[in-house]
Design a protein around this ligand. Structure first.
Ligand SMILES: Nc1ncnc2c1ncn2[C@@H]1O[C@H](COP(=O)(O)OP(=O)(O)O)[C@@H](O)[C@H]1O
Ligand SMILES: [Mg+2]
Length: 668
């Protein structure tokens, strides 16, 4: 019975056991786990290499180091032109252990030397040198100046073919030898070598070498780390080591940038790229465009392109006040200063008497409108230029009358439309460009000054991350008053979360005033593109360029130059994705090709568009526009949905993408 029971139990338990394991096992066997997916199909470990999947790997350990090293001595290895993994293990060691070892070693060496002397032999120079090192190290360790470490350094090369791997290994060995580093192949330990150079942090080889703090510090390989931040936008490629230059301007001590380069060197291209990239990261972009180059890009990005001329419906009153009260700032005083600057450009040379009269007249003009330094009064409607004119006439002084006469043509003549009306425009679009191209040359600096002042007044009203771009800044910088105004913006921009970009081809004009120099020193990012021989000396003096850098800047191609940020500078190449290039280029041939393609595109899509007139323009942009759309909605696109399909042909905005029409300016 006993046995019976047992037999029964066994017979019962067996199927139960099978039942409890087999379903899971069977299921597991039939399933693909994550490891199955990521594991290589095979691994072959040879004496001198390891093959994982289709790729071959070879690991070297460093057996000997040079006696003296300079900072960043490992950089030729870091910049080696073949893919490799480098791993470095650092083990701190207690100084007291090392000291006793050192004492023993020193005693041994002293004994060897004295026995050599006793035997009448020449003292071995190597031992002599080692002994001196040991003395020095003992002293520094004892004083606590140095600490002691052990370090291991492994390099794994990899390649798709064994022949290529062999060739790269030879090159690596010769590169290392030129640095007086002695590499050895980790023969028969390829697997351990491989494992030591993958980012697991395990040292499976454990071949170490003693190092003191100084040597260890100079081994640290990442010298260009300051030009690669973990956030921000990409500016270009670091030509020295192929790494990316990624920067967040807003994280620097100020967010300003200057770009210098001769005409055609790629300044506007660079600025457009940066504007697009910053825009995608949520910055608002405001551009002053003296040459009319930014229309295509602003329209494609759903932005607003404002053409500022005497006859345009858009009016800007330079007397506008921000209506904001900022502790420690006299809003009216600053405004009067800026108006004074503007009027000096408008009216021409002013002597001291004129200056004093103008100041009094400006204060009086505001006062007549009930506006004083009291912030509460500053929300009232501002005066107009003609109010100033009347005040000047009313002063009944020959000097003030003369000023009034000089101002007359801007109030009564054809130019009255320029700045003698209340503002009827506000910056609502997150991408707004102001063009002053249509203005005559001599009026352009005045228009730029007015627009810049208007933007500055608006910008201070609400705090937002903004980029203000002043292309062809030399238009303004040649006038001392405008230069001083731009400098004021550069200096105070940070407080308002504003990044100012100024670009100029005329370096001498820009830097001839102290304001220009001050703008430069208030810009954390400085980019030098190709320079003309006439400018290079000025540039190299200001930037302390070496002879090599000077020559580089004269011979580089379009879109290449030097990128300065903080203390470091590197050779940069500005690179654009094809869709970015289409938007940023000003090359007439490329623009024409784009227009032709666009015409083709429009004729191909026209019937379909007519049949679906209610298409959401925001959708339409994102479908055909390869630029990832920023998460915000463009007010322009929302406002006039039907315009996408009824857009008239516009020679400049004709690019690959259907663009929403420019809206009428918002009138408040
Ligand atoms: N990084 C670049 N890659 C390709 N083309 C470029 C680059 N930079 C500029 N270009 C081209 O060079 C020409 C001149 O550039 P642009 O930015 O207008 O010069 P600048 O503003 O300095 O006078 C344009 O046709 C532009 O498309
Ligand atoms: Mg340009």
């Amino acid at each position: 019975m006993f046995s019976n029971k047992k037999a029964k139990e066994t017979s019962l338990s067996q199927p139960t056991e099978q039942k409890s394991i087999s379903p899971t096992e069977t299921l597991e066997k039939g399933m693909v786990s994550l490891i199955d997916v990521i594991a290589p199909s095979s691994v072959e470990v040879d004496f001198n290499y390891i093959r994982i999947g289709e790729r071959f790997y070879k690991t070297f350990f460093i057996a000997g180091y040079p006696r003296y090293v300079s900072p960043n001595w490992l950089s030729p290895v870091i910049d080696f032109s073949h893919s490799l993994n480098i791993s470095m293990f650092i083990y701190p060691t207690s100084s007291s252990d090392v000291l006793s070892d050192l004492r023993r070693k020193t005693a041994e060496m002293e004994a060897t030397i004295s026995s050599q002397i006793d035997q009448g032999l020449v003292v071995d120079a190597k031992i002599q040198a080692a002994l001196e090192d040991a003395y020095g190290l003992t002293e520094e360790l004892a004083k606590g100046i140095e600490r002691f470490f052990q370090m291991s350094l492994y390099i794994t090369l990899y390649s798709d073919s064994l022949a290529e791997l062999e060739q790269a290994s030879k090159r690596l060995e010769s590169t290392l030898s030129s640095l007086l580093i002695l590499p050895k192949l980790s023969t028969l330990q390829m697997e351990e070598g491989f494992k030591s150079t993958i980012p697991f942090g395990t040292d499976n080889l454990f071949i170490t070498r003693n190092m003191d703090t100084t040597s260890l510090a100079s081994t640290f390989p990442f010298t260009s780390a300051t030009l690669t931040q973990d956030k921000g936008i990409m500016y270009g490629l670091n030509q020295q080591n192929g790494s990316l230059i990624v920067f967040d301007r807003f994280s620097l001590e100020n967010a300003n940038e200057v770009v210098f380069g001769k005409s055609g060197s790629g300044k506007s291209f660079l600025i457009k790229l940066e504007a697009m990239r910053q825009f995608m990261f949520g910055s608002e972009i405001i551009i002053i465009d003296p040459e009319g180059e930014y229309e295509a890009i602003s329209k494609t990005l759903g932005g607003e392109y404002v053409s500022f001329t005497a006859g345009s419906p858009i009016k800007i009153n330079p007397f506008d006040l921000s209506g904001m009260y900022v502790e420690g700032e006299n809003e009216l005083g600053l405004k009067i200063l800026s108006l004074h600057g503007l009027l000096r450009i408008v009216l021409g040379e002013l002597d001291a008497t004129h200056d004093a009269i103008l100041d009094r007249a400006l204060i009086e003009t505001y006062r007549q409108k009930g506006i004083t330094t009291d912030p509460a009064t500053q929300k009232r409607q501002p005066p107009l230029m003609e109010d100033l004119y009347k005040v000047l006439l009313g002063m009944e002084d020959p000097n003030s009358n003369e000023l009034a006469l000089r101002l007359e043509k801007f109030i009564k003549g054809s130019l009255s439309g320029l700045f003698n009306q209340q503002s009827n425009f506000d910056i609502r679009n997150p991408f707004t460009a102001f063009s002053v191209k249509a203005m005559e040359d001599e009026l352009r600096p005045i228009a730029i000054h007015i627009v810049l002042d208007f933007i500055w007044t608006k910008v201070r009203k609400s705090l937002k991350k903004r980029l203000l771009i002043l292309d062809e800044a030399w238009y303004l910088m040649k006038y001392e008053d405008s230069a001083s105004f731009v400098y004021g913006i550069a200096k105070r921009a940070r407080k308002y979360y504003l990044a100012l970009t100024t670009a100029t081809q005329d370096v001498q004009d820009f830097l001839s005033t102290d304001y220009g120099k001050a703008i430069l020193s208030n810009s954390s990012i400085q980019i030098l593109l190709k320079q003309s021989p006439t400018e290079i000396d000025t540039v190299s003096k200001i930037f302390y360029l070496s002879q090599g850098e000077k020559e580089l800047l004269m011979s580089v191609g379009v879109g290449e130059g030097l990128f300065f940020a903080g203390q470091s500078h590197v050779v940069v190449k500005i690179v654009a994705a094809p869709f970015e290039k289409e938007l940023a280029t000003s090359n007439p041939q490329e623009v024409k090709e784009m227009q032709e393609r666009n015409a083709l595109y429009q004729s191909a899509t026209a019937p379909q568009d007519i049949s679906t007139p209610q298409v959401n323009p925001t959708e339409s942009i994102s479908q055909s526009n390869p630029i990832p759309e920023p998460s915000r909605q463009f007010p322009v696109a929302e406002k006039q949905p039907q315009d996408v399909n009824t857009q008239p042909a516009n020679p400049i905005s004709q690019n690959n993408f259907p663009t929403p029409n420019k809206p009428e300016p918002e009138i408040f």
